[in-house]
Design a protein around this ligand. Structure first.
Ligand code: FRU
Length: 455
């Protein structure tokens, strides 16, 4: 199948063909970064999930490997669903959910492991524990970590029998026998109907619980995508439970297309990838690349930094390796430029808090800054309905920098070094359009544009 279409992404992880969703099993193992991803190699619908696999020496240039895990056993015959990984005693362990559809149409899920000595060939170890009582078959996406005393912890997303979302935490001393410690959150809660892809980030002062709740009703500028991904800050107690408040839930990305992120720690840095989609099924099936036999991409990797009570998501400094040619220009009030390529990076640095402005990319995606509110609103045209739609965020600090990674069909906008991020896909009819327009009455800034290597 050809990937020569106009919407191909040049420096993101995409599938050769078929459908890609969540990042899985992120690891640094035997000198290489490993990224696995949910992959349907047989079509562009959500079925037949296996784990696709790419590796990199530098987090920028990726090389495809053989599919790591495919459905083959009674406990995973209808899909190798999401999960994480750990490196232990020189081996790479993958944790995943086996999805099973029984003959009578009922379904089951099993939390499973697989192990590898070389990072390329995996041996399945089978289910780790029984299905928990009081939960529907929606239990999935195990993520494992080790604490300072050498205990292993596993967290998994779940749905309770009363159809509310939850996460369960398990403990093990040997990675083989696991005991359920109950609901991960210390607090009583009712928040959405299912929690997917739970993750835990540990900083010296705080712990952060990241998860993807389904079914949160829209609230003003919040929760506008079909499903959300966000975090709460708190503390993991000795019992393994998390002390934190769901009313502080904060979305990770303010854009249209971000879901099911996963993190991993390498050399004291916490890195994250997300799935660059949060589409309804109708919008997904209308993505033009479907005609070429493939759909979706992962986001660029981000580094997570905890400061002033919020998570900053910075584009990795390694991405600068992609820069091939650069142009710097002063902006005084208004200006128009042309992107050096459709694999580009654009940075706008403001001398002081700017006046209200509009930034229009490729005559299509529009970023409005409101000086009074100190807010950013990002507009795109929905490719299914042809209607304009927007996402908005009020900034916590005055606007100092917009940092954009622009591809033929994706934009990731990092604001103030990752205080907010907007990720989105867009599909223009005029695939040659390259303009960048900035319009304001009174703003001084420096614009830097880079042509990026098309890996
Ligand atoms: C999130 C998710 C996970 C599941 C996987 C299946 O996008 O629904 O909960 O494991 O995708 O592909």
């Amino acid at each position: 199948m050809s990937k020569s279409d106009a919407y191909n992404l040049k420096y993101h992880i995409t599938p050769t063909h078929g459908l890609l969703n969540d990042p899985n099993g992120l690891a640094y193992f035997q000198g290489q970064y490993h990224v696995f991803y949910q992959w349907n190699p047989y079509g562009t619908e959500h079925k037949n999930k296996s784990w696709g696999h790419v590796v990199s020496d530098d987090l920028v240039n990726w090389h495809r490997k053989e599919t790591a895990l495919v459905p083959s056993e009674w406990y995973d015959k209808d899909g190798i669903y999401s999960g994480g990984s750990i490196v232990h005693e020189g081996k790479l362990y993958l944790f995943y959910t086996g999805n099973v559809i029984n003959k009578d149409g009922t379904r089951a899920s099993y939390q499973c492991a697989a192990v590898s000595e070389d990072g390329h060939h995996f041996q399945k170890l089978g289910p780790l524990f029984e299905h928990p009582a009081g939960y529907t078959r929606h239990v999935r996406d195990p993520k494992v970590w080790k604490d300072d005393s050498g205990n292993w912890w596993l967290i998994v997303g779940a749905q309770r029998e009363d159809l509310t979302g939850d996460a369960l935490v398990y403990k093990s001393e040997d990675l083989i026998s696991w005991s359920c410690q109950g609901s991960f959150l210390e607090q009583e809660h009712s928040f959405g109907y299912m929690w997917e892809c739970p993750d835990v980030l540990q900083f010296p002062e705080h712990d952060v619980f990241v998860f993807s709740p389904q079914g949160l009703p829209e609230e003003g500028d919040q929760y506008k995508n079909p499903n959300q991904s966000g975090y709460i800050i708190g503390r993991i107690l000795e019992s393994g439970k998390f002390l934190g408040t769901l009313s502080d839930f904060n979305e990770l990305d303010r854009g249209f297309d971000f879901y099911a992120p996963q993190t991993f720690k390498v050399n004291n840095r916490i890195l994250m990838f997300g799935w660059m989609s949060a589409m309804t099924e109708e919008t997904e099936q209308a993505v033009p690349t479907i005609e070429e036999g493939w759909v979706h991409a992962l986001t660029l990797p981000r580094e997570i930094v905890f400061a002033d009570g919020v998570l900053y998501q910075r584009p990795l400094h390694e991405l600068q390796l992609l820069r091939q040619h650069e142009v710097h220009e002063g902006i005084s009030n208004s200006g128009q430029w042309s992107l050096p390529s459709l694999a580009a990076e654009v940075v706008i640095r403001f001398m002081e808090q700017p006046d209200s402005f509009q930034l229009i990319i490729r005559n299509s995606v529009q970023i409005d800054y409101d000086h009074e509110q100190n807010s950013l609103t990002v507009w795109r045209t929905n490719w299914l309905t042809n209607e304009k739609e927007h996402r908005k965020a009020v900034l916590g600090h005055s606007l100092a920098e917009l940092h954009m990674f622009i591809e033929s069909s994706s934009i990731e906008l990092f604001v103030n070094e990752g205080e907010e991020v907007f990720s989105l896909r867009y599909f223009l009819e005029d695939t040659n359009e390259r303009s960048v327009r900035f319009e304001s009455d009174c703003s001084e800034a420096v614009l830097s544009m880079y042509r990026l290597q098309e890996s």
